[in-house]
Design a protein around this ligand. Structure first.
Ligand code: AFP
Length: 284
């Protein structure tokens, strides 16, 4: 029996081919900026409008929020679920034709909600093939998305490899704190660098090859770049459900309470050993 969460997942899967098909003609920047002050591509706005329409059409979805909108779009405050999305994560990769994705979190409380209120999350990766990773009920699946929006599951129990292989950290090296730079000196002696500029693509490398991805707090920007509600919580839910760990440098991202819809956070996900070492390094 299809439950409301299945309806939400099916809606994201059905929208993804349209988002992907719409990328080619939408590589130009709109005049506006998103609430985080970042330039908006036509593709960002297009993906956001499609997702809002499809998700709010579902009776069990009471509200929709996204990186591209100042405020929550409320449809029914008493409905069971509330969806937060990054409609096109890594959209600056569109100009260079590199990977991008759609990231979403399904919360059972009004937004902005606690990470512990997530009941499902996942992402669509627009790579050489379009795949969809979903975390729910403590497990993670990966599916290939067909052009008709149907999902062909290719991994029923996706889990982080035991042996870490790759790392990727964002931000400019001169802006890294000394503690973080010292940690990276160790990591780069042990793992291979993989950084592509779209969190979903970089995290999918970690889910596939093992390792750690992060975007740290920077000198003069201790909150970092990535958003807690739209990126931190959903990706932490996926990676922790796959047997990994997450952190804002101190604790699981799922235990970080948002004090606003667009709050930024330092973000680290991946192998629990590397996450533990990171927290030790930043806690010194
Ligand atoms: P865009 O959506 O503006 O391309 O930003 C992508 C992102 O939010 C996240 O997906 C990346 O990990 C990070 O920013 C890349 O940031 P840098 O461009 O500073 O490396």
């Amino acid at each position: 029996m299809s439950d409301a969460i299945d309806e939400i997942l099916d809606a994201v899967a059905a929208t993804a081919p349209e988002v992907r098909d719409g990328l080619a003609g939408r590589r130009v920047y709109e005049s506006g900026e998103n609430p985080s002050g970042e330039q908006q591509l036509e593709a960002d706005v297009y993906a956001d409008e499609l997702l809002e329409e499809r998700l709010l059409d579902i009776d069990a979805v009471g509200s929709y929020a996204s990186e591209e909108r100042d405020d929550v779009v409320e449809d029914d405050p008493d409905a069971e679920y509330h969806v937060a999305a990054d409609p096109l994560d890594g959209s600056s990769n569109l100009k260079s034709n590199n990977t991008m994705g759609t990231l979403f979190g399904v919360y059972e409380s009004p937004l902005p909600a606690s990470g512990r209120d997530l009941v499902a999350s996942g992402f669509v990766l627009y790579g050489p093939i379009t795949t969809m990773v979903v975390a729910r009920d403590g497990g993670v699946t990966e599916a290939v998305l067909e052009d008709d929006g149907t999902r062909q599951v290719v991994d029923e129990d996706l889990s982080l490899p035991e042996e870490p292989t790759v790392y990727g950290f964002g931000g400019r090296v001169p802006q890294w704190t000394d503690d973080f730079a010292g940690y990276v000196d160790e990591v780069e002696d042990e793992l291979k660098l993989r950084y592509g500029g779209a969190m979903i693509g970089d995290v999918n490398q970690v889910l596939t090859y093992g390792g750690i991805f992060g975007y740290p707090g920077l000198e003069g920007r201790p909150e970092g770049k990535l958003r807690l509600l739209f990126e931190g919580h959903p990706i932490a839910y996926v990676v922790e459900s796959a047997g990994g760990a997450s952190s804002n440098g101190e604790r699981s991202l799922l235990d970080c309470e948002p004090d606003g819809l667009h709050q930024r956070t330092p973000l680290f996900v991946g192998d629990d050993g590397y996450i533990d070492r990171l927290e030790d390094a930043l806690g010194e």
